[in-house]
Every structure is written in structure tokens, then in C-alpha cells.
Design a protein around this ligand. Structure first.
Ligand code: G3H
Length: 256
């Protein structure tokens, strides 16, 4: 356990939370059109959910400008575990915070798999984010092989353990996103019951003071399955990939 004190707010599941992860997609022109469509669509739908988008780093300033004065917040798709220094290519939490970043995704399965990010590194990133006031969106999830080997709970528990080891205060300032790797970008969504089973497991593992943090589901969420997923007891919203790139789909999911 560390002595870190965090500047980020405590987060609760009082409102549905829908976060778009654009991954490595976009352009100045398409971002503008997408956000115009999202903002108009959310207003027309009378959407009550908390909505955010996480763009690639080069577009964060553009996104910040386009979202200024709106109810939609923005975040980054990754953040360095380090404060500053000789870390070529990394972006610190303080740099993001300086111009209004609200969220930082950490531990997305694409980064765990393609960039060999360890569970400890992901927890260190979450701590770095919360230390300067960003809310970490902490991704966990099993591969298909791990599911078939009946290892879902042990895999998720191992991914969460280094976060929990940093103390209850950090956990209470974190959003956890369950994203089964086999459902990401594949069109194979976990059934609402499969997702709820894991969300219920995660909720049960949370320390008492963090029981009401939002637990998001991610993995091929679309307008036609969002409502049934979000209706489950422990699913408080979604982390949306492909559908976040289509304004009407993202709005439909946020309004589901
Ligand atoms: O971060 C988002 C997830 O990886 C889900 O992506 P997807 O909605 O394209 O399956």
C-alpha cells in the first residue's frame, strides 16, 4: 500500500457512464464531423448518461476545443506511469491534466498484449493518473483460451490485484471496464448474463469503500445490444470501440 494522495474525484455509479474509445482512428476532419454529430444527437435524444470520448493523443487538443462548454468530457487512451523525464514517446498524466483531460484508459487488452504491459505497470499508470486528478478507466478481461480453461475469475483477480494493493482510496477513484478479449472488435458480444456474472464477481472483490464505482462493459457493444447489457445489475455503462466512430450509433448506445 502506498501513501499517495489523489486529486481525482471519487466516482459513483449513480449515472450511466458511456466512454468512446476511438483507438487509432480519426483525422482532423472526421473528428470534427463525428463530434458535431454526437453533440447534436445527444441533445436531441435528451441523453442523461455521462458521456466521454478518448481520442488519439495528437487530437486531444482538437477534441478539447470542440467539446469545450459541453457536457461531454474527454480522455486519453493511455498514460505514462512516470512523472517526467527520459521516457521517449510517453505522455505524463500531468501533461494531460494541464489542459483539461478527465479520463485515462489504462490496461486496455490491446496494450497488455501488443506492448507487453504487466498488471503492475497498469496499476502504476492508474495511480499516476489519479495522483494528478484524472480518473483511470482500468481495463480487465480474459482471452477465449482463458475462458475455455475456466480461468475467467483468476485472470480478472490477477489483473486487479496490483490495483487493490495500492489501497482502497485509489480503487474508489477508478472506473473498471470488463472487456473480454474475445468480444473486442469481433462482433461476438458477451451475453448479458455472461457479462453480469463477471461484473458481479468484480463488484464482490471491491473494498467496502469502493463498492459503488462504475463497472463498464466493453466488447462489440452496439445500439441493438446496449440496452440489455446496461440493464444488468452490475453493468453501469460501456467502453465503446467501433460503434463510437459512428455518431448515430454512439448516441444510440449512450441513450440506451
Ligand atoms: O475499448 C473498447 C473496446 O476494445 C471495445 O471495442 P469494440 O466495441 O470495437 O469491440
Amino acid at each position: 500500500m502506498t501513501d499517495a494522495s489523489y486529486k481525482s474525484d471519487l466516482v459513483t455509479r449513480a449515472n450511466k457512464l458511456v466512454i468512446g474509445n476511438w483507438k487509432m482512428n480519426g483525422s482532423m476532419e472526421s473528428n470534427h464531423a463525428l463530434l458535431d454529430g454526437v453533440l447534436v444527437g445527444l441533445e436531441q435524444a435528451g441523453c442523461k448518461a455521462v458521456v466521454a470520448v478518448c481520442s488519439p493523443f495528437p487530437y486531444l487538443a482538437q477534441v478539447a476545443g470542440l467539446l469545450k462548454g459541453t457536457a461531454v468530457s474527454w480522455g486519453a487512451q493511455d498514460v505514462s506511469a512516470h512523472g517526467q523525464g527520459a521516457y521517449t514517446g510517453e505522455v505524463s498524466a500531468a501533461m494531460l491534466s494541464e489542459f483539461g483531460c478527465r479520463w485515462a484508459i489504462v490496461g486496455h487488452s490491446e496494450r497488455r498484449a501488443m506492448h507487453q504491459e504487466s498488471a503492475q505497470l497498469v496499476a502504476d499508470k492508474a495511480e499516476a493518473a489519479a495522483t494528478v486528478g484524472l480518473t483511470p478507466v482500468f481495463c480487465v478481461g480474459e482471452t477465449l483460451a482463458e475462458r475455455e480453461a475456466d480461468r475467467v475469475q483468476s485472470v480478472i483477480a490477477a489483473q486487479l490485484a496490483p490495483l487493490f494493493a495500492k489501497g482502497d482510496d485509489l480503487v474508489a477513484r477508478t472506473v473498471v471496464a470488463y472487456e473480454p478479449v474475445w468480444a473486442i472488435g469481433t462482433g461476438k458480444t458477451a451475453s448479458p448474463e455472461q457479462a453480469q456474472q463477471v461484473h458481479g464477481f468484480i463488484r464482490a472483490q471491491l473494498p467496502a469503500s469502493a463498492k459503488s464505482i462504475p463497472l463498464l462493459y466493453g466488447g462489440s457493444v452496439k445500439p441493438d445490444n446496449a440496452a440489455t447489457l446496461f440493464a444488468m445489475d452490475d453493468i453501469d455503462g460501456g467502453l465503446i470501440g467501433g460503434a463510437a466512430l459512428v455518431a448515430k450509433d454512439f448516441v444510440a448506445i449512450a441513450a440506451a
